[in-house]
Design a binder for this molecule. Structure first.
Ligand code: CTP
Ligand code: CA
Length: 227
């Protein structure tokens, strides 16, 4: 891919990526989260930056560093903070890739002081967070929007449903039940599905290699739209 990189294929393009989990706060020492480590989103950010894009990476708490100085990193904690950061950069973006694993629920009440244990069971009431991707999809103008879907069964059907419901241009469906795919590992197995329902199955590969492929499909589909 070296000769392609030299062409800085994404020069002049603004790419907005979200990565990692969110944390939904219970009290000063406790939160709800998920197993996302941010690797897929960070890999996408590095590839886009290498291709010359101006990259903004909005990330939940992860143990990763960006390698290229040109990547603008914005750290967030909660789904609400991620929503704000994504909207702050959405309008100017050309490509938006939402690989973050956003919490669907958060505690209805966040306590300022550490909760004390009581006899018996604890019930924490949860409320829905905003669907960031859906809100972006509904109000998009010229942006090419790519979502992710983490699925454990009926992956194609669920993925297609999310693509259409959230008004996406493409979705990357992650089979998180497969060995070598999903959370915490350096490899992944994904299916890229565009809104014309053209399907590209990417077999087990490193997240870096998969990120390159995904960027390649995005470029292809954006060119097709201009034609
Ligand atoms: N997403 C989001 N905001 C949320 C929840 C999800 O932006 N509050 C985005 C994710 O970043 C991902 C896509 O929506 O790009 C799909 O996430 P996923 O969890 O697979 O799907 P959901 O729509 O949340 O549906 P469910 O978890 O019920 O399968
Ligand atoms: Ca979800």
């Amino acid at each position: 891919t070296n000769h392609l990189e030299n062409r800085k294929r994404l020069a002049g393009k603004k790419v907005l990526i979200s990565a990692g989990p969110t944390r939904e706060i219970i009290d000063p020492v406790r939160f709800f989260s998920n197993r996302s480590t941010g690797k897929m989103g960070f890999a996408l950010a590095e590839v886009a930056a290498r291709f010359g894009a101006e990259v903004t990476l909005v990330t939940g708490p992860v143990h990763l560093e960006t390698k290229q100085e040109t990547i603008k990193r914005i750290n967030v904690v909660t789904a609400e903070e991620m929503y704000q950061a994504m909207w702050d950069h959405f309008e100017e973006a050309d490509i938006v890739i939402k690989s973050a694993a956003v919490a669907d629920y958060r505690p209805k009440i966040t306590y300022d002081e550490k909760m004390k244990k009581q006899p018996g069971n604890l019930i924490i009431e949860m409320e829905r967070t905003k669907d960031i991707l859906q809100s972006l999809g509904e109000r998009k103008t010229t942006q090419f929007i790519v979502g992710f879907a983490a699925e454990t069964s009926n992956i194609f059907e669920y993925g297609k449903g999310k693509l259409q419901k959230k008004h996406l241009d493409a979705i990357v469906i992650n089979n998180v039940a497969e060995k070598g795919a999903g959370f915490g590992v350096d490899t992944n197995i994904v299916t890229y599905l565009n809104k014309q329902l053209k399907k590209e199955e990417l077999p087990l590969a490193t997240k870096d290699a998969i990120a390159e492929q995904i960027i390649h499909f995005i470029e292809r589909d954006m060119k097709d739209e201009i034609k």
